[in-house]
Design a protein around this ligand. Structure first.
Ligand SMILES: NC(=O)C1=CN([C@@H]2O[C@H](COP(=O)(O)OP(=O)(O)OC[C@H]3O[C@@H](n4cnc5c(N)ncnc54)[C@H](O)[C@@H]3O)[C@@H](O)[C@H]2O)C=CC1
Ligand SMILES: O=C([O-])CC(=O)C(=O)O
Length: 337
């Protein structure tokens, strides 16, 4: 969408279109590796104006100015401003949260709970005070527990607070499958369920090449079960593989692209079906937990939780993943109350 060009967005409250002259506003809490990449993608995709917030306000302001100066070259007009005053995020349509600490080699994502739970609780207060109507996408790890803390502390409705992980995990699964089959990533679909950790559940049965499920491709001789098992394992370790290579920090290009897909679906009411950490209230037999499941994202936020049928082995793996997220939520409760 360009500056001053009228566009139609559906009204989340009554479902009717309304005309709007203003650009969308997207707040990015955390101006580190992912935050900066998010701002760049928002500019390149002309998704809206950006308010970058960081405890290091100068870093946020510097990145905002640098990125805005790429606008004349790349042809975008997004306004970008950075700082450390929460007042600047007022009126944001979407907030994407990466504030906190990434893991270092040798750490698990779960090791980050002690440091990041308090950060998320603080960020939640800022969002609650300044943009309580926003759609909030949490990225900070350990993901599923941090989304839970965000909803608890912000008090925003469950359908407006969601976590990014499944889009990233599924993208990794899709890439590895595309390489194995020698086909375009565009023709590969894949779903990863469960928590964003070692217990995630890549669903081979629901992963396809042009609609042909992976188990059928094995029968057709395109690959072997052993190779698929290795790809599933590599997917589950996808973040760790990059942490080890980078030696300092964790993945940021693919995580940013994944969160942008979610934000875009909300802002444009695309109603994409994406795996996200969403609040379950009975679906999949789980109550009171944020965990990765397929959802429909539109102008109403998380508009539907898609309950796919799981076989016994898949359900057992999902239950194990839920148990591990519950443990982290209990740890978070002790930290932030
Ligand atoms: N959900 C997922 O799939 C993924 C999650 N992550 C997680 O995202 C988080 C961010 O990763 P990066 O951007 O690479 O880290 P980074 O270290 O580059 O950036 C984090 C930023 O947060 C800021 N910050 C720290 N405390 C803050 C506070 N209280 N308020 C505002 N800002 C604060 C820091 O100053 C820093 O600029 C990490 O927790 C990482 O583990 C990373 C990749 C994928
Ligand atoms: O592995 C990490 O720490 C970052 C992350 O969540 C990912 O890249 O999937």
């Amino acid at each position: 969408m360009g500056a001053g060009i009228p566009h139609i967005i559906p009204d989340a409250h009554n479902g009717l279109p309304r005309f709007c002259m203003a650009r969308n506003k997207i707040a990015l809490i955390g101006a580190g590796n992912i935050g900066g990449t998010l701002a760049h993608l928002i500019g390149l995709k002309e998704l809206g104006d950006v308010a970058l917030f960081d405890v290091f306000g100068g870093v946020a302001a510097g990145k905002a100015l640098d990125l805005m100066q790429s606008g004349p070259v790349d042809g975008f007009d997004s306004a970008m401003a950075g700082g450390s005053d929460y007042a600047a995020i007022a009126g944001s349509d979407v907030v994407i949260v990466t504030a906190g600490f990434p893991r270092q080699p040798g750490m698990s994502r779960d090791d980050l709970v002690a440091k990041n739970a308090g950060v998320i609780a603080q960020v939640a207060e800022g969002i609650k005070a300044h943009c309580p109507d926003a759609f909030v996408i949490v990225i900070t790890n350990p993901l599923d527990a941090m989304v839970w803390v965000m909803q608890l502390k912000s008090g925003l409705p469950h359908n407006k607070v969601v976590g990014m992980a499944g889009v990233l995990d599924s993208a990794r699964f899709r890439l590895f499958l595309a390489h194995e089959f020698g086909v375009s990533v565009e023709d590969v679909t894949a779903f990863v369920l469960g928590g964003h950790g070692d217990t995630m559940v890549p669903l081979t049965r629901y992963s396809t090449v042009a609609g042909i499920p992976v188990p059928d491709l094995i029968k057709m001789g395109w690959t072997t079960q052993e190779k698929i098992d290795a790809i599933v394992k590599r997917t589950a370790n996808g973040g760790g593989e990059i942490v080890k290579l980078l030696e300092k920090g964790s993945a940021f290009y693919a995580p940013a692209a994944s969160a942008i897909a979610m934000a875009e679906s909300y802002l444009k009411d695309k109603k994409r079906v994406l795996p996200c950490a969403a609040y379950l209230s009975g679906q999949y037999g789980i109550d009171g937990l944020y965990i990765g499941v397929p959802v429909v994202i539109g102008a109403g936020g998380v508009e539907r939780i898609v309950e796919i049928e799981l076989d016994a082995a898949e359900q057992a793996a999902f239950d194990k993943s839920c148990a591990s997220v519950r443990e982290l939520i209990e740890a978070s409760k002790k930290l932030v109350g």
